[in-house]
Ligand binder design. Sequence first.
Ligand SMILES: [Zn+2]
Length: 223
Amino acid sequence: MLQKERHVVVIFPHPDDEAFGVSGTISKYIEMGVPVTYACLTLGEMGRNLGNPPFANRETLPQVRKQELLNACNAMGLTDLRMMGLRDKTIEFEDPDKMIKLVTDLIEEVNPSLVISFHPQLAVHPDHNATGQAVVEAVRRIPEAQRPVLYVNAFDNNTVNVIGEPDVIHHVADMQDKKIAALKAHASQTLWMLQDMEKRWAAQEEDALEWLHNEKFYRYTFD
Ligand SMILES: [Zn+2]
């Protein structure tokens, strides 16, 4: 069960991060009438996959991915998308203070009760971890009484050894059509993977359905 929130802020570095990790959750909150703001830090413009035959070149890729991001937001019913204009594959090299300020400013503006991002060490891609680090630090600096809850996605192979099993599970089977539509919207990144996944869903493969129907988070604790 998702709790009613005042406002949810989702912060990820790449278009498609939201589709994989939280599109069922975002869709559900929106259906519940909870306002959701999604800050996407880059346009994924350094993505290696340009298609075969190519659907884009280096110059057009940001435009393609921007349109895919807008389509994914449409699929989820999300209207408050913030494109933050940072450069793909450079988040780890950004000035940490600048990154923390970006997150702090957004939280101050929107005043969320829940923030969702990546784990600061266990999110595999350097941009993911760097985003998580900035979000954790920004939230940590908020006085405890006003601090929003922070949920993080973690999927490093070592995750369960380091921090155990996820403690928050959102059952979003009723959002599966929206989640699949959000994934499909990012066709430049998901086309091949989805062809395989759709076969597995059709065959009622347990792993594949489990992934589609449950979104898992760790509630971040500050000590
Ligand atoms: Zn990503």
